[in-house]
Design a protein around this ligand. Sequence first.
Ligand SMILES: Cc1ncc(C[n+]2csc(CCOP(=O)(O)OP(=O)(O)O)c2C)c(N)n1
Ligand code: SF4
Ligand SMILES: [Mg+2]
Length: 304
Amino acid sequence: MSESVIETLPVASAAPRKVTRKDLTGEHSTWCPGCGDFSVLALYLKLLEKRQFPQESVANVAGIGCSSRFPYFVQTNGVHYIHGRALPFATGISLTRPDLHVFVFGGDGDGFSIGGNHTTHTARKNVNMTYVVMDNWVYGLTKNQTSPTSPLGSKTKTDIWGSVDQPINPIKQLLAAGATFIARTSSTNPNHLLQMMEAAVDHEGFGVIECLSECVHFNPGSFDAASPRTNGKFELIPASHDVTDEEAAYKLAAAPFPGYFGIFYKSSRPTKNKLEADIITAQQSKTQGKQDWEIMQASFGKMK
Ligand SMILES: Cc1ncc(C[n+]2csc(CCOP(=O)(O)OP(=O)(O)O)c2C)c(N)n1
Ligand code: SF4
Ligand SMILES: [Mg+2]
């Protein structure tokens, strides 16, 4: 299917029904066998089933990339949009359809290079949605180019002698941008991944999860150091960490790879959704009983 395809499901039926994994499963996933993204999908389906979110109450939005093929594999409302532009599209849905659970799935390239500005602005606006970045340190779909999170020295098609550009630290970037929920997990730790997705869904505002998700085709073994299964270390954020302490979160985020996993930061800053809804309610109360043309006439009158 081409870019910019919108799939919609019928409006909710009156009678509640049990939401099953079978209902939620979409097209057969086309990822390479062993790709970390499978785990994210499996846990996401588990989350929707556990929370009994009806299919029609969910919107999954994605840009372009292997990871961004996500909406095809889930049978809910879904949008496969333009590379790096999933967040503004999802913002429109979130602001106009408060009845929907809005999720965005995508890659490190989608979210931190071409869509980097949109990540920053969605974070500062604190738009209510859950954003899962499946970080594999590479452009997978386009067959192995350096991504903004590729470590120094990565040998890719665009850096055949090894990359020389300082990689982005997604957690620091998100903190600086003003995201109100920031977590880090790995596709190799299903329990933790589900836990982080649940916490993000429960958060009122822009909840972002950086999920290490191995590209077994172009970057095999890249995250071995982050998993005990491959003699690595999956170190949780210390229980003593105050998630409202931004500076402490920065310090944790600065730890060298594999770093820490868990919730780095959480704040209860009001969402754009709430702030705009309040403005609309206040303005509507001033114009109650007036015809549309009267409101327009008054607006134009002010411009004279
Ligand atoms: C405007 C635009 N520029 C470039 C591309 C080519 N392109 C498609 S996916 C991609 C990178 C995807 O990398 P990432 O977001 O990390 O996803 P992954 O495939 O690794 O999951 C690029 C450069 C495009 N589709 N559209
Ligand atoms: S190329 Fe990499 S990221 Fe894409 S499906 Fe294959 S393993 Fe996954
Ligand atoms: Mg990638």
